[in-house]
Ligand binder design. Sequence first.
Ligand code: SF4
Length: 63
Amino acid sequence: MSFRIIQDHGACIGCGACAAVCPDNWAMDGAKAKPKKTEVKELGCNKEAMDACPVQCIKMKKL
Ligand code: SF4
């Protein structure tokens, strides 16, 4: 199974929580965060990134 990682980039407030809990796939890019990969085979720490986001702008979709 694979997943698509969807970030509402406009809603990101740049708090850095996703990059802190999931540096494997999240990094700061200027004032906002960005996923390194948007399609992954396993959610891994992306689940923690989603849970940690204070504005809930990270979503996952099963492909
Ligand atoms: S946790 Fe959410 S609001 Fe914070 S930097 Fe990541 S995507 Fe943006």
